[in-house]
Design a protein around this ligand. Structure first.
Ligand SMILES: [Zn+2]
Length: 352
């Protein structure tokens, strides 16, 4: 796919330097880490942000999101569950993600969900954006699970649809299966899911418009992702936005989900593959950071370095290609032109 009009002007004339690409908005606020529960999922966003203060990744613009409101959350979650997380009652529901409840848990979950909403808005505007939100993809409409309280991935997908997208692809490369996300989108043909996991936790049976692979050998990991992306192209799938959950728990030293042979080099290549695929298709992408866990043999600094791979790859994918306003509209116009020239009906939604 050629670039939409907004990006064609990137070709430099002889003797001219390329214009500096716009920075990538990445969302974070102190509220991400305000839950009393002391765990990687509730703390690592702050670690990553602090690491960037010490050693900034060029090309990132840090922004604080507005927290998701109860009304926004209730568009994809049952109000009873949202209220339980807000109040802590009933306790079994409020703590269904596996954390002890305190008022900070509600603030943290709302901030991280709001980060996904803001990142999607920014991605639709500028082409790519991210949030340091984790603990999302196991959450169901009616409860939490596996350290995941609210599902910002599904919220972001719905946000894109509300903004005019006709179809949205959720790519989940966390080590664990995204059964929570699946349970919330399986009846919505406008949202597709590509899920490549290494561990059967939260496994599910993918429906039409979805794929799930549980990879057992490190050497198969990148080829499976590549093949699944190529299959989308081969099927003629068309998307107007992508939500990407960039888990780093596939790393061989992650105590939860890791697979021997998947190292930082593999994960760097994965990030370059995914963002390059989106970039080549002028597909707006909003990412979150997903899983990734410390242990006595895997330090906080090592985990932060892995998550920085996602930020670096996103920035690098945009180098030399400014992404002006209205990417969604631009991409849509291009697809319509292509469909018209091919005499085909508008592809619109995910092939089922
Ligand atoms: Zn995981």
């Amino acid at each position: 796919m050629t670039a939409p009009d907004a990006t064609i002007r990137t070709r430099a004339k002889p003797g001219r330097t390329l214009p500096r690409p716009a920075p990538i908005p990445v969302y974070h606020s102190a509220d991400y880490g305000c839950a009393a529960e002391d765990f990687d999922t509730t703390r690592k966003a702050g670690w990553i942000r602090e690491a960037d203060r010490q050693a900034p990744i060029p090309g990132i613009e840090w922004r604080a999101p507005a927290p998701a409101t109860a009304a926004q959350l209730a568009r994809v979650h049952l109000p009873r569950y949202v209220e339980a997380v807000r109040t802590g009652v009933p306790a079994d529901l409020a703590c269904s993600q596996g954390f002890a409840w305190d008022p900070g848990l509600w603030r943290s979950a709302c901030a991280m969900a709001g980060g996904f909403l803001a990142a999607m808005d920014a991605a639709l505007q500028d082409g790519a954006a991210g949030t340091l939100s984790s603990g999302q993809h196991h959450a169901r409409a009616d409860q939490g699970m596996g350290f995941c309280t609210f599902n910002g991935l599904v919220l972001a997908a719905h946000r894109a649809l509300e903004q005019g997208a006709r179809s949205v692809l959720i790519v989940d490369l966390d080590a664990h299966c995204a059964g929570g996300t699946h349970s919330m989108i399986r009846d919505d043909e406008r949202i597709g899911q590509l899920d490549v996991a290494l561990n059967c936790f939260d496994v599910y049976t993918p429906g039409s418009g979805e794929s799930l692979d549980v990879v057992r050998r490190a050497r198969d990991y990148l080829p499976v992702i590549t093949r699944r992306l190529a299959e989308l192209d081969a099927r003629g799938a068309r998307f107007d936005a992508c939500v990407y959950y960039a888990g780093m728990d596939p790393h061989e030293h992650s105590v939860l989900g890791g697979l021997r042979g998947i190292d930082a080099g593999v994960l760097r290549a994965r990030e370059q593959l995914l963002f390059g695929w989106c970039r080549e298709r002028a597909l707006p992408v909003a990412f979150g950071i997903g899983g990734g866990y410390t242990s006595p043999r895997f330090t906080q600094a090592q985990l932060v370095a892995l998550h920085r791979l996602t930020l670096e790859a996103c920035v690098q994918s945009r180098r030399g290609a400014p992404h002006g306003a209205g990417v969604l509209a631009g991409a849509g116009r291009e697809r319509e032109a292509r469909s018209a020239s091919a005499g085909a009906a508008h592809p619109g939604s995910v092939p089922r």
